[in-house]
Write a protein that binds this ligand. Structure first.
Ligand SMILES: [Zn+2]
Length: 1035
């Protein structure tokens, strides 16, 4: 029986404005439906899950909507509103006279031509009728029942408002998060993918435990056509059940008339069919062309964060962990992979083969489940108790050796470091030809883009560095994320910040030759840049909507997360305390879910000295709010005063906060400034504190090696002293410290605390600089300004800037070689220097690059260009129409993906308008250029002058197709928006960007990256206004 269906016609007939207005009335408990009366519709019993429900939120939801604001919640609100209206109508029709207070009544006809006396009588009559109606209305519905009214229990929660399912019945759940009354224990999945028709069918058997009495099961499902559903409770017979679906929240539900009791075990079996997805998430199809030119198809999965529900109905939240038994029926010519090893293969009567995988030996969250149907070949090796295999398409098997060696070394490292062995018997790393993210840490079956896993014979150490970093990151997730998982996406940083930190930390130990430290330093600078914006967010931040979940995959979760872990580790006494804390955390919460406080508590518990400050106390100031501090140093004699404030890049003083951080400030002085022993620590917890240094000290440098997540301002004298010291002898500071000074002074210029003249003063020391980090940071910062000027068509300033860069870095550029280079650090240095030199048109560079390209073409690609210089060479080549065509045909036949990607970046760097338009279109189409590369294409096109406006038009025109390929809020969309808008600096462009995004409504207007884009344009505009005229004097 469905208790709601009979009322549906009433609901539909109610005028909408009336229903919504009635919801705004301030009378109490308008949704407190009279549960005890049989005269009223019976609603699902209140679950314990709903005790936290805020009764007024549904009303506020509707009230808060502006006239034009009815977006994705519209349907919810409307159905809620109808339901509320219905409850009023029922009450009034059952217990009151027909004169409903909700119908606007016309004045009685008898009063149409009234005498004065009739008037008075009429008015009196009306007042009486109205008053009685009001009294009757405000009396609770129970007044006239035999049992009367119960004493109101003020703490009783009020019934939530349910939306309407696709079949018209009420859907028995009204929240985005699933109820906690039922937990899944096991999934038994059978999948039948049909790669000829790009469809699949499936059967999911979910074993569940009832934790609290309830009358419903609610779980996730998206784009699945459920064809049959049966339910079995304890030892009862299985029976058919109706599945309700509420599509806006991707939820399905089964409603029961009898309560399921806490402690019971039940099984829900769902059969369904669906299309293989043509985007990059869910169970998606992918294809590639093999070496004989044949198109080969495959199917793979990408579930994080919200797409497991697109492959099978499930409780798709990270805290609902369960075991999985997976079976895939496939044609003989395909192989299959899943999280666990293959248990058996059984031929089926229909000619197919059923591959059954072992049941997972661990409880897993749904987002790390994975399966693949393809034709891949493995390259395997035993490491401790685990069989490690790297899979690729057959013709790329020879590119898998580096990944296999690296993964094996890192697995041993992590087993040892965490003191917990990797728990599965096998670990597969699979290179998928069509894959959007860099990689995905599915337990036991890590999937990668080909460029993140495959390394060719001619690969440079720099390419190996990329592959090793991604492997190190994904392997770290097998503990951080897979074994111990964040409870909800608000704490995604526990997964991503940790994996990012561990990736750098492990590689420094396991593969020190990769010089990963430079990369980590640059990553911390970029995290500071992003977190300086008002549109940034706290590391641990509230997440409610699906696109907010997608948006959590950003620089704050990954890079700021990793940066604050480094800061913590660097501030703890001894080098083992951090590790001990992590081991404690992993052991304590193995197989479970956690939030940020659990981590800090574990780290606090193992503290060696009680004098040391409490980790929770220190770290919560870094995870609970956005942004970071600016520490300003001022000095009088031996007194050094440190003052902190929020480093917030904004012109709006109203948004300044009084936030305080608990900062482990480190510093060195000219007495001792290079060696780690020189470092001193001082904790700055309050707004301002003073420390003492010997009067003879000439200068201080704070934030030793930039391990802290803050920016330092030294005041005019302080900067001058440091500039003088560096001009005198660059080696007084470590290269990290030099890079940190460069980063900080550019940031302060953006904040308006130093003039650009001061920036250029510091840069004067650069002619003596030879180390990678300071040079690459300075080039990056100067390039940002150069591009802004270029886009503003400030030709004179652009020319002067060119001259200045060439003057400052000219001899260093000339000193670079073009042959093979072993050191990663030197490769990074020369590719940055030569890349800049050639892009600025430095003749010697351009000439050499052209020669290299000619040799390369003549040898048909066999005479290799060193990997770190390929980008420079291809970019120069692409500037000539003839060579662009040559490069394009080489691109089409290239098989080695790292090289192919560099060719693509070269092609996209063309300044020929027709080619730019062509490449953008092809990137979206996905034939010659894979759609997964479109963000890269757009970002490269936007760097050049010729293409950046085309790209902006292209994005506006194709927005709907873009968000079909890349979900709203996803990292790809964030990157596209940033590339297209970050070089605008005029009011016209600000208005355009604002106008376009606000027109999108639910198709993306609320994204944080849109706020970030607008903020960035305003800041660019402000910087230009302030500095443009002065630049003419300084450059
Ligand atoms: Zn990750």
């Amino acid at each position: 029986m469905d208790p709601f269906d009979s009322n549906s016609s009433d609901r539909a007939n109610l005028p909408r404005n009336m229903i919504e207005n009635s919801m705004f009335e301030e009378e109490p408990d308008v949704v407190d439906l009279a549960k005890d009366s049989t005269a009223f519709p019976t609603f699902p019993a209140l679950d314990p899950d709903e005790v936290v429900y805020e009764p007024r939120s549904s009303r506020l939801l509707v009230r808060g909507l502006g006239e034009n604001d009815m977006d994705e919640d519209e349907e919810d609100c409307e159905s809620s509103a109808r339901l509320l209206g219905m409850s009023f109508m029922n009450r009034s029709s059952a217990h009151r006279s027909n004169s409903s207070p909700y119908t606007r009544q016309a004045p009685p006809r008898s009063c149409s031509r009234p005498s004065a006396r009739t008037m008075v009588v009429c008015v009196l009559f009306l007042v009486i009728v109205a008053s009685m109606t009001m009294v009757l209305y405000f009396l609770p519905g129970c007044t006239f029942t035999r049992t009367g009214c119960r004493k109101a229990n003020k703490t009783t929660p009020i019934q939530p408002v349910y939306p309407v399912s696709t079949n018209g019945q009420l859907f028995p759940w009204a929240q985005l998060r699933l109820p906690q009354s039922i937990h899944p224990l096991s999934y038994d999945l059978t999948l039948n993918p049909d790669l000829d028709n790009m469809t699949f069918t499936g059967r999911t058997i979910i074993g569940m435990s009832v934790l609290q009495h309830t009358k419903r099961i609610v779980l996730h499902s998206a784009n699945l056509n459920i064809t049959k559903a049966t339910f079995k409770l304890d030892n009862e017979e299985a029976r058919d059940v109706i599945v309700l679906e509420y599509k806006p929240r991707q939820q399905i539900a089964v409603q029961f008339t009898e309560e399921l009791k806490a402690g019971q075990y039940c099984v829900l079996t769902l059969e369904y069919s669906a299309n293989l997805s043509h985007t990059y998430d869910g169970f998606y199809n992918s294809s590639y062309t093999d070496k004989d030119g044949n198109k080969r198809v495959l199917a793979a999965t990408q579930f994080e964060p919200l797409s497991a529900r697109k492959a099978f109905p499930c409780f798709d939240e990270p805290a609902f962990k369960a075991t999985f038994l997976i079976k895939i029926n496939k044609k003989k010519e395909y192989m299959t992979l899943s999280n666990m090893p293959l248990a058996k293969s059984t031929p089926l009567p229909n000619g197919l083969v059923e591959d059954e995988f072992e049941k997972t030996s661990v409880n897993m969250s749904t987002y790390i489940v994975a399966f693949i149907v393809a034709n891949f070949n493995p390259n395997s090796k035993n490491v401790s108790e685990t069989l490690v295999s790297v899979y690729s398409v057959p013709e790329k098997k020879e590119h898998t050796n580096y990944a296999l060696e690296t993964a094996s070394k890192l697995l041993e490292f992590y087993n040892d470091f965490f003191e917990i062995n990797y728990p599965l018997k096998k670990l597969d790393l699979v290179a998928i030809p069509d894959f959007l993210a860099g990689a995905m840490e599915n337990w036991g079956l890590i999937t990668f883009r080909e460029t993140s896993l495959l390394v060719g014979k001619q690969s440079s150490p720099l390419e190996k560095q990329v592959v090793a970093s991604v492997i190190a990151h994904e392997l770290a997730h097998q503990w951080f994320g897979n074994l111990v998982t964040m409870s909800w996406w608000n704490d995604l940083w526990l997964n991503e910040g940790f994996a990012t930190y561990m990736q750098y930390m492990s590689l420094q130990t396991v593969l020190p030759k990769l010089d990963i430290g430079n990369l980590f330093l640059a990553v911390r600078f970029r995290a500071l840049d992003k977190d300086a914006l008002n549109s940034s967010h706290a590391v641990s931040t509230e997440v409610n909507k699906p696109e907010q979940v997608e948006e959590m995959f950003d620089s704050v979760s990954y890079e700021k997360g990793a940066s604050i872990l480094l800061m913590l580790n660097a501030s703890l006494p001894g080098d083992q305390q951090f590790r001990k804390g992590i081991i404690q955390y992993l052991k304590q919460f193995s197989g479970l879910n956690t939030d940020t406080d659990d981590l800090w508590n574990s780290l606090t518990q193992v503290e060696v000295s009680t004098q040391h400050q409490n980790v929770s106390e220190m770290m919560s100031s870094w995870t609970s709010k956005k942004g970071f501090p600016l520490v300003t140093v001022s000095r009088t004699g031996d007194q050094v005063t440190l003052t902190q404030e929020h480093f917030l890049l904004t012109s709006d003083s109203a948004t300044h906060t009084s936030s305080l951080w608990n900062i482990p400030v480190t510093y060195v002085t000219d007495n001792c400034s290079f060696a780690p022993e020189c470092r001193q620590i001082f904790t700055l917890k309050t707004k301002s504190e003073t420390l003492k240094v010997p009067e003879s000290v000439k200068w201080l440098k704070l934030n030793y090696k930039n391990t802290g997540f803050y920016i330092v301002h030294y005041g005019e004298d302080g900067w001058e002293a440091l500039t003088a010291a560096l001009s005198n002898d660059v080696s007084v500071l470590t290269q990290e410290d030099r890079a940190s000074l460069i980063h900080n002074i550019f940031a302060l210029s953006r904040l308006g605390r130093v003039t650009f003249h001061q920036v250029l003063n510091l840069l004067n020391y650069m002619s003596k600089e030879t180390e990678t980090s300071p040079v690459t940071e300075a080039l990056l910062q100067l390039n940002v300004i150069y591009r802004l000027l270029d886009k503003r068509q400030e030709h004179d300033l652009v020319a002067r800037m060119k001259t200045r860069i060439q003057h400052q870095f000219g001899s260093l550029m000339d000193n670079q070689t073009w042959g093979e280079e072993e050191s990663v650090s030197k490769q990074e240095l020369r590719s940055a220097l030569l890349g800049t030199a050639c892009s600025l048109g430095k003749e010697s560079c351009v000439q050499r690059a052209k020669e290299e390209f000619k040799k390369y073409v003549e040898s048909n690609g066999t005479s290799g260009i060193p990997g770190d210089l390929q980008q420079v060479v291809f970019t120069v080549a692409a500037q000539s129409n003839k060579d662009w065509e040559t490069l394009l045909s080489m691109y089409q036949y290239a098989t080695y993906d790292a090289e192919k990607r560099k060719m693509l970046r070269g092609l996209a760097s063309t300044q020929d308008a027709r080619s730019i338009v062509w490449i953008l279109k092809e990137g979206l189409k996905g034939d010659i250029i894979q759609t997964q590369e479109l963000p890269l294409v757009i970002s490269t096109v936007c760097n050049g002058f010729a293409g950046y406006l085309f790209a902006w038009d292209f994005i506006q025109e194709n927005w709907d197709r873009l968000i079909e390929k890349f979900p709203v809020g996803s990292f790809a969309i964030q990157s596209i928006i940033k590339s297209a808008t970050s070089q605008f600096s005029t009011q016209t462009h600000l208005d355009q960007v604002q106008g376009f995004f606000s027109s999108l409504k639910e198709r993306g207007s609320h994204m944080r990256s849109v706020q970030e884009a607008l903020e960035t344009i305003r800041l660019n505009q402000r910087w230009m206004d302030k500095n443009l005229s002065a630049l003419k004097n300084w450059l």
